[in-house]
Design a protein around this ligand. Structure first.
Ligand SMILES: [Zn+2]
Ligand SMILES: [Zn+2]
Length: 167
């Protein structure tokens, strides 16, 4: 697939990369139909957000169609149209159950005190591959996908990934 890949500060390229796949039972793979560029991406490109591993796919705002789900994802199926929130959360830890999903204890592989995990991130935020790509792997997909009604267009829904909640 094609994806926007971080190679180094000031060096971003549209590359041909391996398609993502379901790795954990709670993953989904989504075919991205719309993706956005964010001011946060500029931090990676300028180097003001350090610790980006070269090869990481950028982007954390997207709308798409579910392509595949792991056996642990029972509330979505192939063909569902979804918006993907920018941050990643488990929905099970005490923070998530209190509604503070951006403080999730489990989504960031660096541990409970490591802070918010998000797509297209530096290593400290999990180093997750992002959403400026033709396909994306979504961890904890039962929680990190939001189903969209057909009446809501991609251009409307993309605002819900990050732009509107951040505002
Ligand atoms: Zn953003
Ligand atoms: Zn959590």
């Amino acid at each position: 697939m094609k994806a926007v890949v971080f190679h180094g500060i000031g060096d971003i390229r549209l590359d041909e990369v391996k398609d993502p796949s379901v790795q954990d039972p709670t993953d989904a793979v989504v075919r991205i139909t719309s993706s956005a560029i964010c001011g946060t991406d500029l931090h990676m490109i300028r180097g003001t957000f350090v610790g980006m591993r070269p090869g990481t796919i950028l982007g954390h705002e997207a709308v798409g169609i579910v392509e595949e789900v792991g056996r642990g994802v029972r509330n979505f199926r192939r063909g569902d149209r979804v918006v993907i929130p920018s941050t990643i959360a488990c929905d099970n830890c005490s923070y998530c159950r209190s509604g503070y999903t951006a403080q999730c204890d489990d989504a960031n592989p660096n541990g409970a005190a490591a802070g918010t995990a998000f797509f297209g991130s530096p290593q400290a935020a999990g180093g997750f591959d992002g959403l400026q790509a033709e396909y994306a792997r979504i961890p904890f997909a039962y929680h990190n996908l939001i189903r969209l009604p057909q009446a809501v267009s991609d251009d409307q829904a993309i605002l819900l990934s990050d732009i509107y909640p951040t505002a």
